[in-house]
Design a protein around this ligand. Sequence first.
Ligand code: NDP
Length: 295
Amino acid sequence: MTAQIIDGKAFAAQLREKVGALAADFAEKTGRKAGLAVVLVGDDPASQVYVRSKGKATIAANMESFEHKLAGDTTQEQLEALVDKLNRDPAVDGILVQLPLPSHLDEQAVVDRISPAKDVDGLTPVSTGRLALGLEGLVPCTPLGSLMLLKQIHGDLSGMDAVVVGRSILVGKPMAQLLLAENCTVTIAHSRTRNLAEIVRGADIVVAAVGRAEMVQADWIKQGATVIDVGINRLPPEEGKEKGRLVGDVAFGSASEVAGAITPVPGGVGPMTIAVLLRNTLVAAHRIESIDLPE
Ligand code: NDP
C-alpha cells in the first residue's frame, strides 16, 4: 500500500485565498485593513526569511503588514516598550514576536506582555489557558494547521488513538489539547518516554514534532495510520551541493509504504503555519471590531 500524500501546500493556498476574500470584506465593512505586526530582533538569517515571507503573505491576503526590525543589542525594556505600543495601536490586530530571541532577552516576559486579544501566535498564558479550558481563543498556528489537515482527511476524529511526539509549548502541548478537544484518546510522548516505538505503533494518528531527522521509522507506524510530520530538519549537504536536503521527523519514503496518509516535508505542515497565522489575524481583527467572522 502507498499512503495518500497530504498536500498541505494546496490546502494552505485555498485557506489563504479564503482569508484574503474575507479580509477584503473586513476592510469594506470597517474602513480599515486588518493588520499584523511582526517583530524581529537581531539578524538570524532563517528568522529574516520567515519574517519576509510572512510580510508578503499578509499583503497578498489584503491585510496590512508592519515589520519592526530591531538591532541584536535591543534591551528588554526597549522590546517591551514596542510590544506595549503595538498593544495600544488600533491599526494592529495581531502581534507576532519572531522566536527565538537573542539569549540576553527574556522570551517569556516578552510573550507575556502581548495583549491576549492580539496574540496570533497563541503563546501567552491566557491563550494557552483558554485552550486547556476548551474556551474560545487564539491557538498556535502550526498545531491548528495540522488539525485542519487531519480533519480534511478524516472529518470526525472522535475516538481515534493519537500519539503526539514532542511536548513543546509551540507545537506538542497545544496539538495534544486540540486532539483532546476533538475527542481523540491522546498520548503525549517526549525525550523520557519509554518504548516510544511501541507507543507510536498503537496510534491511528501520529504527530511528530521533535526536531530529529527521520527519527520515526516505518516499523513504528500502524498500517493505515495518518502521519503528520511537523519536523523541519536540514541534512548535511551531499558532496558537491551547497545545502543539505530538508527532511521531517519521519522516514518519509518507507513510512509512506505503511501509513494510510502522510504529510511530506517540505509541502505538508509548513505552508499551513503562515496560512493559519493570517487566519488568526483575521479572527483577532473581527473580535476587536466585535463583528462576526463568516465561516
Ligand atoms: P522543541 O525542541 O521545542 O521540542 C522538541 C520536543 O521533542 C521536546 O518535547 C522533546 O522532549 C522531544 N524530543 C526530543 N528528542 C526526543 C526523542 N529522542 N524522543 C522523543 N521525544 C524527543 O521543538 P518544537 O516543538 O519547537 O519543534 C519541533 C520540530 O517542528 C522542529 O523540527 C521544528 O523545526 C519544527 N517546527 C515546524 C514548524 C512548521 O511550520 N512546520 C513550526 C514549528 C516547529 P523533552 O520535552 O523531553 O525535551
